[in-house]
Design a protein around this ligand. Structure first.
Ligand SMILES: NC(=O)c1ccc[n+]([C@@H]2O[C@H](COP(=O)([O-])OP(=O)(O)OC[C@H]3O[C@@H](n4cnc5c(N)ncnc54)[C@H](OP(=O)(O)O)[C@@H]3O)[C@@H](O)[C@H]2O)c1
Length: 288
C-alpha cells in the first residue's frame, strides 16, 4: 500500500509526541509533525499553509495553557475556533480529521461509566469550549473522529506544562519533601499517552468515524493514583487527603468521569491495558 500522510497538530505536546511516535512505528505512514512553530490553529491562513501539501489524515491534539482555560476568549479560540478552521480545511481538501477532546464535557454526577452517546453537560469554560469544538467538527465534516481522553500522563508535556505531566508533578512534590495533598472524592480513568496513541493508529487505520473514548482500563481517585506512584517509586511523602471542594478555584472538575469504550468494543478493538500496568512501565522509564 502507498504511504499515507498524517499531520499531527500539537506534535510537541504530551499526547502529540506519543502520536508522532506511534505512527512512526508503522511502515505505511509518513508523519508530518506540526508544532506551534509550524501552525497557529486559530489563524485560517496558517492552517491552510501548514496543511499543504494535503495530508490524508489530520489529528488535532492542541491544548492552550491550562492556567488560562477559564478565560472564555482564550479557550474559545484554541478549543472551538481552532477545530472549526481545521475541519473547514479538511472538508475542502478531503482529509479525515481526528479531534482530541476530553472527559470534561461530562457533568460528573453519574456513577456508571459515560458512553460516547451519553448526554454532555460541561460545567467549565474549558469543557464548554471543547464541546463546542466537537460540535463544530461534527457539523462540518462527515469524515471525522472525536476522540475523548482523560487525565493524560506520559513523557514530555508542552511548553505551557514545562515538559511535565501529572505523574512527574506528583513525583516532584514528593521529592521536594513537603506534604502532598490528594483528592479522595474524584474518580476517573487515567490515560497513558503511548497506549492511547497506539489505539488511535488502529482507529484511524480502520477508518472509524463518530466519537470514541480511549483511556486505560480501570478507575481511580487522585489519592489512589498518588499512592501507587509513591509506592512504586519508593517515596514516602506525607499525604494529606482532601476533597474536591478544598482545591483552589479552577475549571470545574467532574466528580466522576470514567469513560466507557463502546466504540472500541463495537469495532472489535481491545481497550488499552489497566492504568496501573501502564503507570508501572512509565515509572520504570522515568526512574532517576
Ligand atoms: N493532558 C490531559 O490530561 C488531557 C485530558 C483530557 C483531554 N486532553 C486533550 O488532549 C489534547 C492534548 O493535550 P496535551 O495534554 O497533549 O496538551 P499539551 O501537552 O499542552 O500540548 C499541546 C500542544 O498544542 C500546541 N499548541 C498550543 N496552542 C496552539 C495553537 N494556538 N496553535 C497550534 N498549536 C498550539 C502546543 O505547542 P507549544 O507547547 O509549543 O505551545 C503543544 O504542542 C487536547 O485536546 C486536550 O484537550 C488532555
Amino acid at each position: 500500500m502507498a504511504s499515507r500522510v498524517v499531520a499531527i497538530v500539537g506534535a510537541t505536546g504530551l499526547l502529540g509526541r506519543a502520536l508522532v511516535a506511534a505512527f512512526r512505528e508503522r511502515p505505511d505512514w509518513t508523519v508530518r509533525s506540526l508544532g506551534h512553530q509550524e501552525i497557529e490553529v486559530t489563524d485560517r491562513e496558517s492552517v491552510a499553509r501548514a496543511l499543504e501539501p494535503v495530508p490524508d489524515v489530520v489529528i488535532n491534539s492542541t491544548l492552550g495553557d491550562w492556567s488560562r482555560q477559564e478565560d472564555v476568549e482564550f479557550s474559545w479560540r484554541i478549543n472551538a475556533l481552532g477545530p472549526r478552521l481545521l475541519a473547514e480545511r479538511c472538508a475542502a481538501v478531503g482529509a479525515y480529521l481526528v479531534q482530541v477532546s476530553t472527559d470534561y464535557v461530562f457533568e460528573g454526577k453519574s456513577d456508571a461509566p459515560y458512553g460516547e452517546g451519553d448526554p454532555t453537560e460541561p460545567r467549565s469554560i474549558y469543557g464548554i469550549t471543547k464541546l463546542a469544538g466537537e460540535h463544530l467538527v461534527r457539523s462540518m465534516l462527515p469524515r471525522h473522529l472525536v476522540l475523548r481522553v482523560a487525565y493524560v500522563f506520559g513523557p514530555g508535556g508542552s511548553r505551557a506544562k514545562r515538559g511535565t505531566d501529572l505523574v512527574t508533578t506528583l513525583l516532584g512534590l514528593a521529592r521536594g519533601g513537603g506534604p502532598v495533598r490528594l483528592v479522595t472524592d474524584q474518580v476517573f480513568s487515567p490515560t497513558y499517552a503511548p497506549d492511547a496513541a497506539r489505539t488511535v493508529v488502529e482507529l484511524v487505520e480502520a477508518g472509524i468515524t463518530g466519537t470514541a473514548h480511549v483511556t486505560n482500563r480501570g478507575q481511580c481517585t487522585p489519592y489512589e493514583l498518588g499512592q501507587r506512584i509513591f509506592a512504586a517509586s519508593g517515596l514516602r511523602p506525607e499525604i494529606v487527603p482532601i476533597r474536591l471542594a478544598d482545591l483552589p478555584p479552577g475549571p470545574h472538575r467532574p466528580r466522576y468521569s470514567v469513560l466507557a469504550h463502546g466504540t472500541l468494543g463495537r469495532a472489535g478493538m481491545a481497550s488499552p491495558r489497566p492504568w496501573a500496568e501502564a503507570l508501572d512501565e512509565y515509572l520504570v522509564q522515568t526512574a532517576p
